[in-house]
Design a protein around this ligand. Structure first.
Ligand SMILES: *[C@@H]1O[C@H](CO)[C@@H](O)[C@H](O)[C@H]1NC(C)=O
Ligand SMILES: *[C@@H]1O[C@H](CO)[C@@H](O)[C@H](O)[C@H]1NC(C)=O
Length: 445
């Protein structure tokens, strides 16, 4: 997030990772998620060979099969009209945050006095939903924007408990963990990595910043390893932190922080590949370049190997996923807390080169597509049992009250030819499209 302006400070976190268990699938959220990987990747060699041949309609169909029947409802394009309220005087706060070319609806989104505020941040009390509520036909639907952080007393279990802070904001509590077996009902597992109350020189001191924690399971050591962005209130430390636990639900022991490969590191994520090798992705060189490097076998450090990708492109909030031997990534641009246009990227090798696939957002309206539905990518989670389908998880930041920021979860589907011709593929539609479909409410297929 706040790429360009360090003073804009903190942001929430999310987590992710994979764990395989045979009988019980335990979905666990750490800030977000620790989870089971159920997607089996099956690519036939034949298909790959055919990709080398000249394109034809038949081949197109083979390369880009129609979406899984279970997804029929989720890939329906849903338009949504947002109407601007009558013009009025803006709160000074919003004007200060004016971007170079303000979009009126984004100004509205950022204005905490906006009369249409409830469209972006529905009242948590009245927007009650969840399995314990009698919602009739609305039960078991996700309502993007209604998930929040914090507040144990609410029904909003898809939340992360207090996370990070700048001097003016709520103190750091630590990293929260929620678990679920069905991605719907959630158990609050409490704080799994707590803040340091007294020791001011400690990375986790409550005056510091902890963002974007991710947890991955190491089969060789049997440990759960958490990677996170560690910073001071002024975003000058720009480091990664590492913590370890025997259980996904903690408690995690904090090990250390460092600047990976000697570089500044802000937005980051970790991705564990099918072969057990895990990688650190981080926005570096003042958010202008993305760095990718494999972790050591025990996942407790980076190795000396590192690639610089998307040089000069100023991308942050990377979320990585894989389908049929292709790696995908969603990123945002750096505009502080203001939402911006997401990009999808693809690569045959995780270390790159990564190529742009274009804006993945489908439906909603023009402004919401240009603002990632007023949110920022944080994690992409495989949808169990539906190859090529994922849950796109994003943070809808509320700059005036960051702890009331929301989650936007939407279906993400890989399929159909990419709509952006690529630099190195001679116009050949080698990549599939990545689409994130807007739904004001939806449920798992
Ligand atoms: C405070 O934290 C620092 C950094 O982790 C550590 O070196 C130091 O020993 C701690 N001090 C106390 C009194 O625990
Ligand atoms: C952050 O910056 C302010 C003003 O520039 C300074 O007073 C403060 O000591 C800095 N804090 C840290 C943790 O670097």
């Amino acid at each position: 997030m706040p790429g360009n302006s360090p003073s804009l400070g903190l942001r929430g976190f999310s987590g992710g990772g994979c764990r395989h268990s045979l009988l019980t699938i335990v979905w666990t959220v750490v800030g977000f998620f620790l989870a089971a990987h159920l997607i089996s990747l099956y690519t036939s060699k034949d298909d790959q060979q055919q990709q080398q041949q000249a394109p034809s309609h038949h081949l197109q169909q083979q390369l880009h099969p129609p979406p899984h029947p279970a997804l029929r409802e989720l890939v329906r394009v849903k338009e949504e009209i947002l109407r601007l309220p009558p013009p009025r005087k803006r709160s000074p706060r919003t004007s200060k945050r004016r971007s170079r070319k303000p979009i009126p609806m984004v100004e509205e989104f950022l204005d905490d006095k906006s009369p249409i505020r409830h469209l972006f941040f529905p009242d948590m009390k009245t927007a009650a939903f969840g399995p314990t509520k009698d919602m009739g036909n609305d039960a078991f639907h996700y309502f993007p924007g209604r998930f929040g952080w914090t507040r144990k007393e609410t029904q909003f279990k898809l939340t992360a408990e207090g996370f990070c802070t700048t001097r003016n904001l709520a103190r750091t509590i630590g990293v929260g963990c929620y678990s679920s077996k069905d991605l719907w009902t959630w158990k609050n597992e409490g704080i799994v990595l707590g803040a340091e109350e007294t020791n001011k020189t400690h990375d986790l001191h409550k005056s510091n910043v902890l963002e974007r924690p991710k947890v991955i399971y190491n089969e060789k050591t049997g440990k759960y390893v958490m990677w996170m962005h560690i910073d001071d209130a002024n975003y000058t430390k720009a480091s990664v932190g590492v913590a370890i636990s025997d259980h996904p639900t903690g408690p995690f022991e904090y090990l250390y922080s460092k600047r990976p490969h000697g570089f500044d590191s802000r937005d980051m994520t970790v991705f564990k590949d099918d072969d057990g090798v895990a990688y650190l992705f981080y926005s570096s060189e003042v958010n202008s370049v993305l760095h990718i490097g494999p972790l050591t076998e025990d996942y407790l450090d980076v190795t000396p190997v590192m690639k610089r990708v998307m040089v000069g492109q100023h991308r942050e909030a990377p979320a990585i996923f894989k389908h049929e031997n292709t790696y995908y990534m969603i990123t945002s641009w750096c505009t502080g807390w203001a939402p911006n246009e997401a990009l999808a990227h693809a690569a045959e090798s995780i270390m790159g080169p990564w190529e742009k696939l274009g804006n993945p957002c489908v439906g909603g309206n023009k402004v919401s597509r240009l603002t990632t539905f007023f949110a920022q990518s944080t994690y992409v989670f495989p949808l169990p049992g539906v190859p090529g389908a994922f849950i796109f998880m994003a943070d809808r930041w509320k700059p005036s009250d960051l702890r009331d920021s929301r989650y936007v979860w939407l279906p993400l589907v890989i399929g159909g030819p990419a709509d952006q011709p690529l630099e190195s593929s001679f116009g050949f539609p080698m990549w599939s499209r990545v689409s994130i479909y807007w739904h004001s409410k939806w449920h798992l297929p």
